[in-house]
Design a protein around this ligand. Structure first.
Ligand SMILES: N[C@@H](CCC(=O)N[C@@H](CS)C(=O)NCC(=O)O)C(=O)O
Length: 304
């Protein structure tokens, strides 16, 4: 939007102006300049130019729900996890519109994919529709795991830090309560309140993937965190995240579960919605498709 204003040589974007007001104003300016009639769809495409100008898209995407050749087993086992957790983390909260406080900065999580306690917290973040900066702590990982242990004095995960409030916490249930208190309406959804059943289902959910996303593989770290769009219940996102974790790659995870209002902004990037989607600001490469993302991460960051 800002870019469009600059292109028009105007500075009409005033503080407090809604997107709709701004869009209508832009449409008026474009029309008054005898520009061809520009609809919402075209404006959305112009908004996408920011990502499209910066990043080279490695894959066109467009393969929503298609399973890549040879990936049937991986997708089925990753999907079984979501079933065992009854789809928790597939949808944002139906009360999302009433949640007032959104975190200005992503919360930070030190955790690993194969940990059931960590999974519960990731589900909560998808439901709350909040971004997370992940510092993966696979077993034997030489970077973030020792940092977390140094800060907490314990080898225990998940470990959460909220740069918005300064709160640092261990214990998944305490973290989930805090997150719903701070960024929800204070009410923790039922699937997190079933005591041992919550832990057992989260634990069982890990079994089909047989420890994937748990053990460190030698890697070189990127200068800047990678950026990923996805949500916890998606099997395709899970497969990509397993590799991010095994290679200890710090990444900002933009949660876009079903019904997330933030899907619109993601769609504007390349005029389509599909997750997982990766942007690597270190190589200025962007890509869709879990198997392409996995190959890219291994080629770019895994060491022999
Ligand atoms: N009560 C804790 C349990 C956390 C826990 O046991 N996490 C395991 C991983 S699933 C752990 O930290 N293991 C030690 C390690 O990985 O070094 C919670 O709910 O957060």
């Amino acid at each position: 939007m800002q870019q469009l204003h600059q292109r028009l040589g105007q500075n009409t974007l005033t503080q407090g102006q809604s997107f709709t007001q701004t869009r209508q104003q832009l449409l008026r300016v474009l029309r008054s300049q005898n520009a061809p009639r520009t609809g919402t769809r075209q404006l959305a495409a112009q908004g996408a130019s920011d990502t499209q100008q910066k990043y080279t898209l490695k894959t066109p995407g467009g393969g929503t729900y298609k399973v890549a050749a040879g990936e049937q087993f991986n997708v089925a086992t990753a999907g079984a996890q979501a079933l065992l957790r009854a789809g928790s983390g597939a949808f944002v909260s139906d009360k999302l519109a009433t949640f007032k406080d959104r975190p200005a900065k992503p919360i930070q999580l030190f955790e690993f994919e194969g940990c059931p306690f960590c999974r519960k917290v990731r589900e909560a973040c998808s439901i709350l529709d909040i971004d997370v900066e992940f510092f993966p702590c696979p077993k034997d990982g030489p970077t973030w795991r020792p940092q977390a242990i140094k800060e907490t004095g314990k080898s225990q995960f998940p470990y959460m830090k909220d740069p918005n409030t300064g709160r640092n916490m261990l214990e998944s249930d305490a973290i989930i309560s805090y997150l719903f208190e701070q960024y929800g309406d204070g009410e923790v959804p039922i699937q997190f309140k079933l005591g041992p059943l919550t832990t057992i289902t989260a634990g069982l959910a890990m079994l089909p993937r047989a420890g994937k996303g748990t053990q460190y593989r030698r890697s070189r770290l990127p200068k800047q965190p990678l950026e990923v769009w996805g949500y916890e219940a998606s099997p395709y996102c899970k497969l990509a995240r397993e590799v991010l974790v095994e290679l200890e790659l710090p990444h900002i995870y933009h949660s876009v579960a079903r019904n997330s209002p933030r899907r619109e902004a993601m769609t504007r990037k390349w005029n389509q919605f599909q997750v997982p989607y990766l942007e690597d600001p270190n190589t200025m490469t962007a890509m869709f498709e879990s198997n392409i993302i996995i190959d890219y991460l291994n080629q770019q960051y895994a060491l022999p």
